[in-house]
Design a protein around this ligand. Structure first.
Ligand SMILES: [Zn+2]
Ligand SMILES: [Zn+2]
Length: 398
């Protein structure tokens, strides 16, 4: 079928819409002389053009046809002038036109030979083919989208699982509540209880009548998609083939699983239809925090307080690690805020278990609150012996 726009016969003949029948006759004669096949032997374009102007002339030179064309926007022998009149009245009365004709292809609408004029539109004749297509598209809407017959894979699901800090480090079995579509246990995904039955909408004819303004159109029944039969929906799944169920899904977490890591659980997504494979379930892990340890990738960060004596004289102090207590050497003269690395005391890498992160210790020197006179005396003496101005560097940079 040609994909031309709704035809503008006036433009084809090059006349105004207000043209008199004499002007139309003259315009046609002029164009016909130019494009007549006898004048342009073998010229396909000219032949096409000649057909167009003839068609335009055929409608515009006939008072009755021209009137219908002006009212409806196209012409067909099948349009009864009274119907066109009613349509035009409805439009001019400000009523919303039932259908927007702009841009549609009405090329199949010329009213083929042998069509009795005034025949009710849409009685199944050939020339109404395109109209049927248009209307079935407009009226049937989403219902016309029948479920494909072949296997359809199930969709994937995305969930978040918040797990304990230690689960992320040591790994283990985690659980998550998931609402997923499962194959209907009643119909096993076939979506209907028995054989198909006659469509109640069209009584099995596959066609229904729609009104477009005051014009009647027979269109394929949107309920059964023109088949006349309708499947007997399963009562359990209402014809969906799947039911929703919330269940607990267990999954294994590797040691060293990081915050934000996405774990794929194959086949744990929504069920497929008609034997299609189920989708996958993706779980994004959210790790809980710990009051002492902070996890950064495979490293563990911790702040360890030390005394002035430990920091200045050096010491071996006991610090917590994720494996328990461990000894940490504080070198003499360690400053507050200094970071010490304990190699291999971090988290096992989830991809390479032989590889472990580090523990990063931030030293925090705790200044004692001196209560007794003796301690204060010692501190003054210490200050005298170690005459240091820690602010010298600040002034040097000014
Ligand atoms: Zn039907
Ligand atoms: Zn079912």
């Amino acid at each position: 079928m040609a994909t031309t726009q709704n035809k503008d016969y006036y433009a084809t003949l090059g006349v105004k819409k207000t043209a008199t029948s004499e002007e139309i006759r003259k315009a046609f004669r002029k164009a016909a002389r130019r494009y007549h096949p006898d004048v342009n032997p073998g010229d396909k374009k000219a032949e096409e053009k000649f057909k167009e102007i003839s068609e335009a002339n055929d409608v515009l030179s006939d008072e009755k046809k021209r009137k219908v064309y002006d009212q409806v926007g196209f012409y067909s022998d099948q349009i009864d002038p009274a119907t066109a009149e009613a349509y035009a009245r409805q439009q001019s009365a400000g009523g919303r036109p039932p259908v927007d004709f702009d841009g549609f292809d009405f090329s199949g609408f010329q009213g083929g030979p042998g069509q009795p004029p005034g025949q009710q539109a849409g009685a199944g004749s050939q020339s109404w083919g395109s109209f049927k297509d248009i209307f079935s598209g407009i009226f049937s809407g989403a219902q016309a989208q029948q479920r494909p017959r072949g296997p359809q894979p199930g969709t994937d699901l995305e969930y978040q699982a918040t797990v304990d800090f230690w689960m992320g480090i040591r790994g283990g079995q985690a659980r998550i509540q998931v609402t997923r579509q499962e194959v209907c246990p009643t119909c096993h995904g076939h979506a209907h209880a028995g054989g198909p039955t006659q469509c109640p909408e069209c009584n099995g004819t596959g066609q229904v009548t729609q009104m477009g303004g005051r014009m009647k159109f027979n269109i394929p029944c949107p309920q059964c998609n023109g088949t006349g039969r309708i499947s007997n929906d399963c009562a359990t799944c209402h014809g969906e083939g799947v039911v929703e169920r919330t269940e607990t899904v267990e999954f294994r977490m590797k040691p060293g699983t990081r915050d934000g890591q996405r774990i794929r659980l194959q086949g744990k997504g929504n069920a497929g239809l008609n034997g299609g494979a189920p989708g996958d379930l993706f779980v994004t892990v959210r790790l809980g925090t710990h009051p002492v340890f902070t996890r950064v990738g495979d490293d563990i960060q911790i702040t360890v307080p030390v005394t002035i004596a430990e920091a200045s004289l050096g010491a071996k102090v006991e610090v917590p690690t994720i494996d328990g207590r461990a000894q940490l050497k504080i070198v003499p003269g360690t400053q507050s805020g200094q970071k010490l690395r304990m190699r291999g005391r971090g988290v096992e890498n989830s991809q390479r278990p032989e590889q472990r992160g580090d523990q990063i210790v931030t030293v925090e020197v705790v200044v004692p609150t001196l209560q007794d006179e003796r301690s204060k005396e010692i501190m003054r003496e210490l200050a005298k012996l170690n005459h240091q101005d820690p602010r010298v560097a600040l002034f040097e940079k000014l």
